[in-house]
Design a protein around this ligand. Sequence first.
Ligand SMILES: [Zn+2]
Length: 256
Amino acid sequence: MQDFPTYLLNFKKINLTIEIEAKAKELALLKLIQELKASKSGLSWFKNELEEKQNELRLKEEELQTKKIDMQEIREQISVGKQENFEKTKIRTMHQSLDNLDTEITIQSQRKAELCKYLETQRSMLACTPSVWPTRGWVSSKFGYRISPFTNEREFHKGVDISARMKTKIIAPANGIVTSVGKTYGYGNVITISHGYGMKTVYGHLHSPLVKKGDTVKRGQDIALLGNSGRSTGPHLHYEVHLNDVPVSPFRFILN
Ligand SMILES: [Zn+2]
């Protein structure tokens, strides 16, 4: 049987390794999130990276579990050792050290669980962010103040106009729920999708909707055909993004 001081040394080593690895992982993940925020093209890259990191965390979790089982075995060995008349103080120190390690592992596990939860939220937010173009075409009118093609006066354009051929497919740029499908004088056939996290998108001048109110949509799913309904000067999609009920530039979220 091994000497106790060697055990002690090993436990300290395990302890330190766990702590250092956890810190390194935390830093790497924070860096990742920052990189995503800075990057405009990293959507798919981020998704892969995120899945990889989560797998790593899962493996780490299993590793911790194994270490816990190892410790239990050592504890049992110590009990045997006790019977073999090892110094009582040494045994007490050893138990104390094991308890400390136990606490450390619990704290690290909790930290990892929090990190996983945080990543899950990030992933869910990303899935609900309108981060891709809703249709293929060219931007014929930007978000912001412009001269109205109808009144020739300055007006606030609440979205972007994407011109394309009649009946071009329009896709959901993020996961969400269709909250309205209807007709108005100005926007013609309109669809509204709520994405959660205070985000909403509006699609105007549609030829025809392909979804109905209450439908759940996934990013990339066909939701309508582009048209020229309502007050429109040619086939185009009027696309709005609202954040907490305030129209914002859709370009703020588009990553592709
Ligand atoms: Zn428009």
